[in-house]
Each structure stands twice: as structure tokens, then as C-alpha cells.
Design a protein. Structure first.
Length: 90
């Protein structure tokens, strides 16, 4: 079974890899967070818990846009996100 941290890393890396990267005012629909994960995990408790933990740690920012929830990476937590992903600071 895939662990929570692996799911969180995949989601964070995905948002960073998008063109443009989804930091701050650049955002994407919340439903896009699970795209790219194995289909059997979509909507599962482990994925929902992983996403909720990202909100609690304030790595993700949630905003209501066009009647949909949109998310972006928190630019104030950039250094912490890079440390979490074991990447060199930028």
C-alpha cells in the first residue's frame, strides 16, 4: 500500500511541475490533485487524509473560485516544502 508521505510528495511535485507552477495566485481545481495517482486510490481515505494534512501544515492554500475549490502551494511555506521534498532550496 502506498503511504501518505508518498502521496503528499506526488501532489506537491505535481503542482510545482505544472506550467506555470501553482504558487500563490496561480491555482488549479482541487479535483486535479488526485489526477496522476493510481485510479484505485482516487477518493480513498488515505488520499483524503494526505490532502487534509497538506492543508493543516499550510503547504496548500484553498480558495473558492468560480464555484469550485481551487488550490495552490503556499509561497510562505516554500522553504519548508522544499525541505519536505528533500530538494535544495531555491
Amino acid at each position: 500500500m502506498i503511504e501518505t508521505r508518498a502521496i503528499q510528495e506526488k501532489i506537491l511535485r505535481k503542482l510545482m511541475a505544472m506550467k506555470p507552477a501553482k504558487w500563490g495566485k496561480s491555482h488549479t481545481e482541487e479535483k486535479n490533485l488526485v489526477k496522476g495517482l493510481p485510479s484505485h486510490l482516487s477518493g480513498s481515505r488515505i488520499v483524503n487524509n494526505a490532502i487534509n494534512e497538506l492543508y493543516k501544515s499550510e503547504f496548500l492554500i484553498k480558495q473558492k473560485k468560480t464555484n469550485e475549490w481551487h488550490v495552490s502551494l503556499n509561497p510562505r511555506k516554500k522553504e519548508e516544502i522544499y525541505r519536505f521534498l528533500r530538494l535544495p532550496p531555491r
